[in-house]
Design a protein around this ligand. Structure first.
Ligand SMILES: NC(=O)c1ccc[n+]([C@@H]2O[C@H](COP(=O)([O-])OP(=O)(O)OC[C@H]3O[C@@H](n4cnc5c(N)ncnc54)[C@H](O)[C@@H]3O)[C@@H](O)[C@H]2O)c1
Ligand SMILES: CC(C)(O)[C@@H](O)C(=O)O
Ligand SMILES: [Mg+2]
Ligand SMILES: [Mg+2]
Length: 348
């Protein structure tokens, strides 16, 4: 494990140089990796593992759209694609990649097949950390490990195919075999992670729930919409408001700070812009910090987990979510976005 200095703080990380794919293959050479669930992470992780030469099978409900998707992706019924229970029986490592709510429903089925020496793998600290709410308590004689890609399974696969790698965190909750650490890290490398950083189940789920409700998804939409609305209310056209709020951010400025940091992006804008941004970053920080503090408390006390369990375990949760996503898609801002994207020269 390499110790690296991140802005003055030392952390343990695992790089691909230190733990190459050949080593990961050696660690997992006798394992059957059963990926349970073929939603978003399931395809990303299983296809990367398969392409990297590991022994992978899929467990998925038959007669579902995602079963058909698995077949289309080259998984063969009866050979590498099974009903969930059969895959759990065959796997020596069970990658539990059902939705967090479905993990609660299917727990008794999975638990039955957790015989001594197997490993139970999660990509989220949710089920274990909130065990009082989920009932997920693994037997003591199996390894319980985590690799959590820090991004969508869709990006995990796309970046792998581009020769890049999405970073993941990893953790060991229970080491029954003495091999839990190596199993976790080998799987992290196998699924195509860029580098791996160490965490525990609780810190993973607290940071993950905060991040997705915060800057990654919830806060970004709230912030963008607030500015778009102010521009529109003051007589600016949809084109102007959208370009000044979203298109310039994603197409021009975000790639600059992704490449070389915020100061580099600032340095490549006018002195007028730099002066204003440096002055206004403080008020935006001060206005939003209390919201982030409230969010973290709601995550840490379990309220956010309970809200998602309650809503996502309802029979019609997919339809309800789709209605909310439709409202977002059909809002003026994102309808404008659809036209703006079409007008990008590369899309013509
Ligand atoms: N979506 C992501 O990119 C992402 C990123 C990092 C971590 N994670 C974590 O990975 C895990 C999997 O997330 P996901 O977004 O891929 O899941 P998902 O919501 O896409 O669902 C995965 C699978 O669960 C199955 N499923 C749902 N309800 C079921 C039920 N009642 N019975 C049987 N199967 C059922 C679906 O058919 C699907 O194949 C979660 O713990 C999540 O927090 C997800
Ligand atoms: C992709 C995200 C937001 O990072 C993940 O945490 C999820 O829950 O889908
Ligand atoms: Mg998440
Ligand atoms: Mg996440």
């Amino acid at each position: 494990m390499a110790k690296m200095n991140f802005g003055g703080v030392e952390e343990n990380v695992v790089t691909r140089e230190e733990f190459p794919l050949e080593k990961a293959r050696e660690v997992l050479k006798d394992e059957t990796i059963a990926v349970i669930g073929y939603g978003v992470q399931g395809p990303g992780q299983s296809l990367n593992l398969r392409d990297n030469g590991f022994n992978v099978i899929i467990g998925q409900r038959k007669e579902s759209k995602t079963w058909d998707k698995a077949v289309a992706d080259g998984w063969v019924p009866g050979e590498t694609l099974f009903e969930i229970e059969e895959a759990c029986e065959r796997g020596t490592i069970i990658q539990y990649l059902l939705s967090d709510a479905a993990q609660i429903t299917l727990w008794d089925t999975v638990k039955k097949h957790l015989t001594p020496g197997k490993a139970l793998y999660f990509s989220h600290g949710f089920g274990i950390t909130y065990k009082d709410r989920t009932g997920i308590v693994p037997p003591a004689d199996v390894d319980v490990i985590l690799v959590a890609p820090k991004g969508s399974g869709t990006s995990l696969r796309k970046m792998f195919l581009e020769g890049r790698g999405l970073n993941s965190s990893y953790a060991v909750y229970q080491d029954a075999t003495g091999k839990a650490h190596d199993r976790a890290v080998a799987l992290g490398i196998g699924v195509g992670s860029g580098y791996l950083f160490e965490t525990d189940f609780k810190r993973e789920v607290y940071s993950d729930l905060t991040g997705e409700r915060g800057t990654l998804m919830g806060a970004i939409q709230g912030l963008l919409l607030a500015q778009y609305e102010v521009l529109r209310e003051n007589g600016h056209t949809p084109s102007e408001a959208f370009n000044e709020t979203v298109e310039e951010l994603t197409q021009s400025l975000m790639p600059l700070f992704a490449e070389k940091g915020m100061d580099w992006m600032y340095a490549n804008c006018s002195t007028t812009a730099q002066r204003g941004a440096l002055d206004w970053m403080g008020p935006f920080h001060d206005a939003t910090k209390p919201v982030f503090e409230k969010l973290y408390k709601e995550v840490a006390c379990g309220n956010e987990a309970q809200r998602s369990i309650d809503s996502n375990s309802q029979a019609d949760y997919r339809e309800k979510l789709e209605e909310e996503l439709k409202a977002l898609r059909e809002s003026e801002m994102w309808q404008t976005g659809a036209v703006v994207r079409k007008l990008r020269p590369e899309n013509n």
